[in-house]
Design a protein around this ligand. Sequence first.
Ligand code: HEC
Length: 170
Amino acid sequence: MSKKDYHNSGGLIALLGSIIFVFAFFFYVVYINKGVDLAENVTEPAKPGEVQFDLASVKEPWVESAEVVTAGAKIFKANCAVCHGAKGDLVGGIPNARNLVEGQWTQGSGMINHFKVLQNGITGTQMVSFKATLKPFERWALVQFIDSITKNKPANEKPEDVAAFATTAD
Ligand code: HEC
């Protein structure tokens, strides 16, 4: 063995280099790198002085309200957009779901009929019942959202009829 091989300086440099690299990388990951934002925080923190809207506390979620529509849009994104598209127009959805904006309804137009669809689903289709998965106030928020986007509303659905139905529906 030559003297050169005995003092394997190349190996030593490589070893020290790796050790330094590992420490530097550790330092980078722990102290410098801020992490990757996976956008998992869907709820925005309340700004100071801002009152958070609490859908659950709305006594009559079927009564037209911009805040309920906004809450409904969020519930729609989480539960319905995968099939109906984020805006309900099938863009990004599945082709055999209904375009809720065009509103070629098979179960009837209007808030009462839409609520019934969410209660019962449409038998034999991918449109399942959401009775077990969404609370009535969440389904009413969805119905208000659909009512806000559709071009096909009945001319004569009275708010008092919706309210009367709502007290019997769960
Ligand atoms: C797995 C896919 C899927 C999901 C998720 C889904 N839907 Fe549907 N939806 C469908 C399909 C498919 C139809 C059309 C069924 C048919 O052929 O009549 C439909 C139909 C409808 C209709 C039309 C009723 C009518 O009168 O024609 C409404 C309203 C509706 N969905 C609302 C919703 C809402 C609100 C959600 C979220 C809570 C939702 N859907 C989630 C697939 C889905």
